[in-house]
Design a protein around this ligand. Structure first.
Ligand code: SAM
Length: 322
């Protein structure tokens, strides 16, 4: 990961991109305080009562199960996550299947793959379980002939965008097309994506007001220090978390900003960053349902339908044929 990490961080501090570094927030490398991204994510999701997306997805699982097909031979999990995700969402879906031979998980995080696939191997030894460590926004070749791809979490919310930019509609459409092509391969199947449709970003923000979320974001500054060893006065403890609400573009942006000027170099790149400048670590898009259905159509996915949507929860599952 180190070479990509370096160029991703250089792009971040050069204002070429924002949000693309979210993938490092869930990693398994220990920081000076002993935390890891994957453990912080797990602790955050389980400890914070206002973090609704995962809880609401789980609450909608019965509705999802009632509307899902039962004859898939491979289930592909884009971004596997932690034990809770496996036990409360994935295992019930796998158990529903009458013809299941394979389970394929694609995730950047080696630790999440090892931990969660270990649970699955113990719980469902009859299935052939494959882990692919990599980017699910690249097309991957997977087994089976009738496949179901799942993007939960809600991972589609994490898209690249800097502060002040417009919602990256075209990129999201392209990425939906990539996920569909992995699921389709040389056969066919369905893709189910969960989205967060909460309209009020102030309400949404409450979901992130927790010390573990802060540590997930500021942890990036410590990773930069330990992996890239910037020269100059880069000081991880001077970077703090600052959320930005952009209602027009339906996004809560999670940024890092220094509380004192930071002047440092990484390789030949010199950065002169002023107090208060904002760098986006992660975006949480909250998609209006009609906007998202339009994206699926523009990605040329067919039979797009909402398969679980409750008025009491902001989370919605949408299915497309691929
Ligand atoms: C927000 S968690 C969601 C996990 C799980 N699906 C759930 O329902 O809780 C994101 C997971 O997806 C992985 N991930 C995020 N973006 C990725 C990408 N582009 N390619 C591969 N893995 C990615 C992260 O490493 C992490 O394990």
């Amino acid at each position: 990961m180190s070479n990509d990490f370096k160029s991703d961080i250089i792009d971040l501090f050069s204002y070429k991109m924002g949000g693309h570094v979210q993938k490092y927030c869930y990693g398994g490398d220990a920081r000076p305080d002993g935390t890891t991204g994957s453990k912080l994510w797990h602790d955050f999701v389980t400890a914070h009562e206002h973090y609704y997306p995962i809880r609401d997805e789980i609450a909608s699982v019965p509705m999802l199960l009632a509307n899902l097909g039962r004859r898939y031979d491979n289930i592909i999990d884009f971004g596997i996550g932690d034990e809770a995700a496996i036990r409360s969402k994935m295992i019930p879906i796998l158990r529903l299947q009458e013809k299941l031979k394979y389970f394929t998980a694609i995730d950047f995080s080696r630790k999440s793959l090892d931990d969660s696939l270990g649970i699955l191997r113990r719980e469902m030894p009859e299935i052939n379980i494959n882990g692919i460590q990599g980017d699910f926004y690249h097309t991957h070749k997977v087994k089976g002939s009738n496949r179901l791809g799942l993007l939960f979490g809600p991972n589609i919310s994490n898209q690249d965008m800097m502060v002040g930019e417009k919602l990256p509609y075209g990129t999201i459409v392209e990425r939906l097309g990539i996920l569909a092509s992995t699921v389709r391969g040389d056969a066919s199947g369905h893709l189910v994506v969960s989205i967060d449709k909460i309209p009020d970003l102030r309400k949404a923000l409450k979901a992130y007001e927790h010390p573990y979320w802060n540590s997930m974001m500021t942890g990036l500054a410590y990773d930069i220090q330990s992996k890239l060893k910037p020269e100059g006065d880069f000081s991880p403890s001077l970077w703090h978390y600052e959320p930005v609400l952009d209602q027009d573009n339906h996004v809560v942006q999670h940024t890092l900003a220094p509380s004192l000027d930071q002047n440092f170099t990484i390789d030949d790149y010199e950065f002169d960053i002023k107090k208060g400048e904002q760098f986006v670590v992660l975006n949480s898009f909250k998609f209006p349902l009609d906007l998202f259905m339009g994206m699926l159509e523009d990605a040329e996915l067919s039979n797009n339908r909402i398969i679980a949507n409750s008025n009491d929860h902001p989370m919605v599952f949408v299915e497309s044929a691929v």
